[in-house]
Design a protein around this ligand. Structure first.
Ligand code: NAG
Ligand code: NAG
Ligand code: NAG
Ligand code: NAG
Ligand code: NAG
Ligand code: NAG
Length: 869
């Protein structure tokens, strides 16, 4: 180990002990574990006709002889709406109240301006959302938390999936999970899976089946709670996934009536499949490079294998140019499929993204070969914005809409987070399809194939559902119905005193028109009333709100406002936490307020684009439970060589420079020299601070003109890791997890494959692969700013960027009046300056030799600027 390395380590120790006290913080964590006793944790899910109401109740005791903060954190499915949250402390009940977003925000802002910390209750994973709150509980007192959420299960590939996450954070003496499923037509199969059903825990699961009911109970002992694959010292940590389907005796579907509301589930399966014409439009632009392109090829090869012989298909790849495998649709014969597979294997990424030309080519291909009695489907897969040809999104949408002319649906699959998902959503909704997000992950090929599987077997087209005795209906017309999915319509019954209720479905089957008519007696004596009589009304409200929210992207002006108002009205009436509402939770301490909101996904206007209800009866594929959550223990051990390179600081040229100009002053330590070099870069700017092309790592920083340092620093690693740090919060996403930290919070860690994030009070330690960087948050004159310092990187890494310069040496030349340094055999004029060393929390002042940036870097500043963080 060389001297610089040793110095760095010593400095590291100093840095940490100077900025926060890790020993104390970590003590706090383990001591909390002992002094907070979660003595009971119940999860109670009731499913009535696919509508799930889940209540999580956690009873916690503060066993400490002083008051302390007690946390409640649970994960709920993204598709669900929270509808109730309650805390009971010392016999007093504190209920969350759902309010319009603006009203809630006002209340929240007032609370903040009064200095009461108003925490937030959100964070998003791939299939789950995080609900987190805390409350101060008096010495030796108890608190009960109760959270209720509701959702309608969607049928996908022939089954419903009910996902329940359990992670109470410690083994619990009295842990119970009760699931009761009530399905009027009977349950055809039921399976319990998920990581909580593995190992010793499997013995804690009991399934009881009756004709129309199923009960799943999961009562693990405290000991068992530490003994599953994903469980540990902190007890249960994982999911239970209950999959089931219902009996379908009548192709006319199932109608459930209750208290003046009805729901109609329509999912015939004994209908011949309709041959399909499917055109795949595949983005092969440069951004698809690497794993995305590989996974797309793998998925396409499998999809081709699955085509039926009477299907016709086309393949289009595009970047700035559009390539057709064949000019017209081809029958899925063995020879054609073999040729197509060879074509797929040769798809290579290159160039820009001309979505407009590619989609129009696809439309043209289908339109030119109309075939009677078939179902046509256009599938666009892209990972980016249109960057070539027509790039105006409005124009592309207008072109596509005109070309398709409601003849067939367009499905858009957005790969990763760099896509303009709003654009894809709108374009697909306008053309009778849906947009799906394909998460960048190891299972992306399975996600692609899963989507295809859902649309693989069209059974009906142009489906219209009619309910003469119904009103306030949810969506009643659908362009396609696929085997394994389900069409759901709910509404109110106009006259509740009538004795019968009629449903009618008109659709086009393989080459012929079909009608399904059904009449149901409203008073069926064999009916067992559901546990919750109101569930049907809530189901109707849930579906209506979801659909109104989905339609928002398509609407403009008054109509949009009206529908928004209606969705808000229903959300408030049924106390759903939707994108339009927030739940205000008032805590006992000085009326402290927290606001629970439906989290938005990055780059999305609303949360539920995956919902199928707009036009298509296919279900949400992202609800398959491949969600691995945070806190995966990290086994990656860094094999890095510790080295030290640069540090930097900001200064104001108020006295020395005639033209007053603000700069960021960067410091460059030089091995063997006592004085570091420094150089200035004028602000504001967005700089590439550090880049390692080999490991696809980059760190960029943005500075503002009125501020020291950086107000934002972004990291990108591989294609899917993005870390954004600003002066308030830190958010990290990797296509699967979406994690938020706050500066000043308790020490928190996130670890996953070759990624480690450690947030302490003023310091964050970021490790991506072999590169570790420390980010400090400072406060000067009341203004927060950020400072990066490179901590470690592999000796072999070839770092570039403003902080990437490592191999610098200089000599002081004696004798001249102006000090001159010799850097790489060049003489450079310099002056001795002082700067604050912001790498340390104590910010000591140091002397440095100031040299021109160009002389040091042998490049222009513009070579280091970026347009986007
Ligand atoms: C679960 O909820 C149902 C409906 O609210 C209720 O009837 C039942 O008693 C609850 N079960 C448990 C174990 O709390
Ligand atoms: C709790 O603290 C109070 C005051 O600090 C003290 O009088 C009392 O003895 C303590 N009780 C226990 C059980 O430690
Ligand atoms: C539709 O799915 C059902 C059950 O999954 C199956 O029995 C039936 O054969 C399928 N229909 C077609 C046309 O593939
Ligand atoms: C189906 O019905 C529509 C009108 O309802 C009619 O135009 C069409 O010809 C019918 N198709 C067949 C195959 O009967
Ligand atoms: C930052 O993380 C790296 C890798 O996990 C570790 O070696 C280093 O000691 C950490 N530094 C600090 C300051 O915590
Ligand atoms: C770390 O660096 C070594 C040497 O350059 C390399 O072999 C290894 O793959 C790197 N590990 C990661 C996780 O990037």
């Amino acid at each position: 180990m060389d001297r610089a390395a040793l110095w760095l380590i010593l400095l590291g120790v100093f840095l940490i002990s100077a900025t926060c006290d890790p020993v104390k913080k970590y003590l706090l964590v383990s001591y909390q574990k002992k002094k907070v006793d979660i003595y009971s944790f119940y999860i109670n899910s009731t499913v009535t006709s696919r509508y799930v109401t889940t209540v999580i109740t956690s009873r916690v005791a503060n066993t400490l002889n002083e008051s302390q903060e007690i946390q409640f954190e649970v994960k709920i499915p993204k598709n669900a709406f929270i509808s109730k949250f309650r805390m009971v402390i010392e016999g007093k009940t504190y209920d969350g109240v759902v309010k319009g977003k603006e009203e809630a925000q006002q209340q929240y802002n007032q609370a903040v301006s009064r200095g009461q910390s108003a925490g937030l209750v959100k964070s998003v994973g791939r299939t789950l959302e995080d609900f987190k709150t805390s409350v101060t509980v008096a010495a030796l007192s108890k608190v009960t938390f109760e959270l209720t959420y509701e959702e309608l299960l969607k049928r996908r590939l022939g089954k419903y999936e009910l996902l329940i996450n359990a992670q109470p954070m410690q083994p619990v003496a009295d842990f119970k999970m009760d699931v009761h499923i009530q399905e009027k037509p009977g349950i055809s199969f039921l399976e319990v899976k998920g990581d909580l059903s593995t190992g010793d825990l499997a013995n804690a699961i009991k399934t009881t089946r009756a004709d129309k009911d199923a009960w799943v109970t999961f009562y693990p002992t405290q000991d068992q709670q530490t003994k599953c694959k994903s469980c540990g010292e902190n007890g249960l940590n994982g999911d239970l996934l209950i999959t089931y389907d219902v009996e379908r005796r009548s192709p006319k579907g199932e109608v459930v009536l209750s208290n003046g509301y009805f729901v109609h589930y329509f999912a015939p399966s004994d209908v011949p499949r309709i041959p399909k014409n499917v055109v795949f439009i595949i983005d092969r632009s440069g951004s698809m490079h690497g794993r995305k392109m590989d996974q797309t090829r793998v998925a396409l090869l499998r999809i081709l294998t699955d085509l039926d012989e009477d299907d016709h298909f086309g393949l289009i790849t595009f970047d700035s140019e559009v390539s057709l495998w064949k000019r017209k649709l081809c029958k899925a014969t063995e020879t054609n499929l073999e040729n197509a597979k060879s074509f797929v294997k040769e798809i290579r990424d290159r160039g820009a993204t001309d979505i407009n030309a590619a989609v129009l080519a696809g439309v043209d291909m289908i339109s030119r070969h109309p075939r009677e009695g078939t179902a046509s489907i256009l599938i666009l897969l892209t990972d980016g914005d249109p960057t070539s040809g027509e790039t105006n999104i409005e124009k592309i949408m207008a072109n596509v809409k005109e070309a398709i002319g409601t003849k067939f649906p367009l499905y858009c699959l957005g790969f990763g987070y760099d896509v303009n998902f709003d654009f894809l959503t709108k374009m697909s909704l306008e053309n009778g399809g849906v947009a799906r997000r394909i998460y960048e992950d190891s299972d992306a090929d399975l996600q692609l194939q899963g989507f295809y599987d859902e649309v693989a077997v069209p059974l009906l087209t142009d489906i219209q559902l009619k309910y003469p005795g119904g009103t306030k209906l949810t969506k009643t017309s659908f362009s396609l119905y696929f085997n394994g999915s389900e069409i759901v319509v709910s509404g109110q019954i106009t006259d509740n005193s009538v004795e019968s209720f009629t449903t009618e479905v008109i659709a086009v089957s393989k080459g012929s028109n079909v009608t399904y008519q059904d009449t149901i007696m409203t008073k069926d004596p064999s009916d067992v009333p559901p546990e919750d009589e109101d569930f049907m009304q809530r189901l109707w409200a849930y579906l209506t709100v979801k659909q109104l929210l989905e339609r928002q992207v398509l609407l403009t002006g008054q109509e949009k406002e009206d529908e928004k108002k209606e969705a808000l009205k229903l959300s408030l009436k049924y106390q759903f936490v939707t994108p339009l509402t927030s739940m205000v939770v008032t805590k006992p301490q000085e009326e402290e307020i927290e606001v629970a909101e439906k989290p938005e996904e990055v780059g999305m206007e609303q949360t539920d684009h995956d919902d199928i209800l707009m036009s298509m009866p296919i279900t949400d594929m992202s609800s398959s439970y491949y969600d691995s959550y945070m806190d995966v223990p990290d086994t990656y051990v860094s094999q890095t060589e510790t080295m030290f390179t640069t540090m930097f600081t900001t200064t104001l040229y108020t006295t020395t420079s005639p033209a007053v100009q603000e700069v960021n002053r960067f410091l460059l330590d030089v091995v063997g020299q006592s004085k570091p070099l420094c150089f200035d870069i004028p602000v504001p700017h967005k700089l590439r601070l550090l880049q390692d092309s080999a490991s696809e790592f980059s760190m960029n920083g943005e500075s503002l003109s009125e501020q020291n340092g950086f107000h934002q620093i972004a990291f990108h690693y591989k294609t899917n890791h993005h870390l954004m740090i600003n002066t308030k919060s830190i958010s990290y996403r990797n296509g699967q997890d979406n994690v938020e930290f706050l500066w000043g919070q308790e020490p928190t860690q996130y670890n996953a494959d070759s990624v480690s994030l450690v947030v302490r009070e003023h310091v964050m330690n970021v490790t991506f692969g072999n590169i570790s960087v420390v980010i400090l948050s400072h406060k000067k004159d009341g203004v927060m700013f950020l400072w990066p310092a490179i901590w470690e990187y592999s000796k072999d890494a070839k770092l570039t960027g403003v902080l990437g310069k490592a191999d610098i040496s200089y000599k002081e030349t004696q004798g001249s009046q102006t000090p001159i340094l010799k850097i790489k055999d060049k003489e450079v004029k310099t002056s001795l300056e002082t700067v604050s060393d912001y790498r340390l929390h104590s910010t000591p002042v140091r002397e440095c030799w100031l040299v021109p940036f160009q002389a040091l870097m042998e490049a222009e500043i513009s070579d280091f600027t970026v347009t986007q963080l």
